[in-house]
Design a protein around this ligand. Sequence first.
Ligand code: GLV
Ligand code: MN
Ligand code: MN
Length: 538
Amino acid sequence: MSGGHRCKASGMTHVEWPAIKQRPCAPATPPVGREEPELGHTHTRAQSGRQAAMALLSCPRRHPSISHLIFFSVYLLFATILPILDGLALGGDGLYREILRDETVLRLKELGKISDGEGYLERTFLSPASIRATDVIISWMKDAGLTTWVDQMGNIHGRFESANSTKDALLIGSHMDTVIDAGMYDGSLGIICAISALKVLKVTGKLQRLTRPVEVIAFSDEEGVRFQTTFLGSAAVAGTLPESILQVSDKSGTTVQDVLKLNSFEATSASLGQVKYSPESVGSYVEVHIEQGPVLEALHYPLGVVKGIAGQTRLKVIVDGSQGHAGTVPMKLRRDPMVAAAELVLTLERLCKEPNKFLTYDEECGCFTEESLAGLVCTVGELLTWPSASNVIPGQVNFTVDIRAMDDKVRETIVTSFSRLVLQKCDDRLVDCAVEHKHAAAATPCDAELTAKLERATRSTLSMMTAAAPGGMPVPVLMSGAGHDAMAMARLTKVGMLFVRCRGGVSHSPEESVIDDDVWAAGLALLNFVDHNAVAES
Ligand code: GLV
Ligand code: MN
Ligand code: MN
């Protein structure tokens, strides 16, 4: 292991994964045309020569024989004449560091600066910053050799279709919107890694050999920050976005339709319909994303595959009381929505912290099983008061509720129980309450076959990049508590996800951080995956 460095967010020591592999120091004359389980299907003479050359260079005490020197000279000659074809200009060893790490990281930083906020990152659905980001992402897609367009929901598409490809496309994507005061990796990492992987295919001449169309999509909305309804972009592509979405409004009363029209989209049910892909036109969807949790870091492992994504429900609770003077209304006569809301927030916490005390479900044990409760989490992330002044008893308090669980039955039971308790407690406090259902998504399993392919691509990538697969352990398989566009896309096609370790497990925060070599590993694993599943052998 190389030296650790301090974790800014939590003060924990973060240990980096083993350094880039030193090639073995005793190469025999390299075999020609040997099968290699890694990037590219066949080991060419040039590639083998490169390995031999690298092995020689990395073992200075070994005395090369004449035949080695001749071979080395011929190799150097070819390597100088044909640097692009051989990929040498990109890192020289098939690891394409300059694109998959250096350029990707630069672009992440560039995109991370495109913000609606001063001094913090915020890019919500079709905001001015999102429109600026769209231009930048399109230019990167073009640079990767892709044909680009923006659909009627503001999603950006970059596609390559080779002459002999089948109809069912491999879609790779993630979201370009962010939360408020966001980190620069959530969503953006998946988009830029995909563009970089395709750029490598372009410069190595492999785009022309695609066996299926490959398309990168930067989805316009996954976080749901502005309209409290997530997946506006990916649900439209999957064809599950209801027409009623156009009338949903943000805090200022602006509707989705208004925002679309303001940006010159048609914003009709017909234009929404145009965004939808037919299931026959899509083979699968793959997404690279930061883990947003601490598991990979604890395992000292840079990448993991995802087994499934937790289901989620978003509610808005509205508590109406009597607005009044803070100095004159006696405590006993108040109908204060703030204290009622405070009680409801604590009620939610208790429900989700100790669900067994409140709920019964499993007939046999008279409780939820531990397994079904795994991953149950509930959050109140936003609370608004009206009129919000220190000398006024509020007239109304609204707050959001976010409930997630791996088991849909658990989540639904929590939603029902909480809604019942809201009405009960509001009655007790003589305030009027309403619970609005804003969003619900069922737990989503990832496709087992796709996950196995991603796992193989990850394993071969890490053995290319490291002296040993970290700890010799298998690629971690994780459940995702965070929502992803893959959830919406699962309504259209089979989905698979690759997670990337992040420092301290921190996300939805400017402290979000991924080490550059992990960005590289993610890009290379995705490249390996595409190369093995969508590129014809030469
Ligand atoms: C998206 O990041 C979510 O899980 O809310
Ligand atoms: Mn997010
Ligand atoms: Mn995300």
